[in-house]
Design a protein around this ligand. Structure first.
Ligand code: CDP
Ligand code: ZN
Length: 171
């Protein structure tokens, strides 16, 4: 049996403004809606919160440090590509992704009908099983910026595990 060296949790949070004339991209899929999220990249708030949770758990800062929004090469980039990169650098540090749980806060649209497709997309990008992911939605009961439809927020939590290498355990 492999000996565990470290178990680490991470959290992430993000908000983007909803605007006319933008596609709504959540979890790497386009969801039919009258508005979309505004941002330098595709503004995929779900993936942004997830990446921040992963980077946080690995003590590797946040997405702003890795992908500055002042850089043109990140303009309109698919956040799924950035997620692939984040999972690669986390694996390079020896971490295994146990699970991630994400909550999307949106008054509209309802995301429950899309969570299966989102999980498939994220699992593929992250190289993990769909059963290691959970995606859920909630409204804010029409209260505040989310409830008034001015934006969508997302919060994520994840768990990383590092196993002791065979050499280390021999001492
Ligand atoms: O407080 P709770 O989240 O249970 O209630 P709600 O905000 O009225 O949302 C009811 C249910 O709708 C949630 O539990 C989700 O299953 C779903 N929902 C969703 O899929 N997408 C959203 N943007 C909001 C809610
Ligand atoms: Zn963002």
């Amino acid at each position: 049996m492999r000996e565990i060296e470290e178990i680490r949790t991470g959290i992430g949070f993000d908000v983007h403004r909803l605007e006319n004339g933008r596609k709504l991209v959540l979890g790497g899929i386009t969801i039919p809606f009258e508005k979309g999220l505004l941002g330098h990249s595709d503004a995929d708030v779900l993936v942004h919160a997830l990446m921040d949770a992963l980077l946080g758990a690995a003590s590797m800062g946040d997405i702003g440090m890795h992908f500055p929004d002042t850089e043109d090469r990140y303009r309109d980039i698919s956040s799924i590509k950035l997620l692939k990169h984040v999972t690669d650098i986390i694996r390079e540090k020896g971490y295994h992704i146990c699970n991630a749980d994400v909550i999307v806060m949106a008054q509209q649209p309802k995301i429950s009908g899309f969570t299966k497709e989102i999980k498939e997309k994220l699992a593929e990008a992250m190289g993990i099983k769909e059963s290691s992911l959970n995606i859920k939605g909630t409204t804010t009961e029409k209260l505040g910026i989310i409830g008034k439809g001015e934006g969508i927020a997302a919060e994520a939590a994840c768990l990383l595990i590092k196993y002791r290498s065979t050499n280390q355990s021999l001492r």
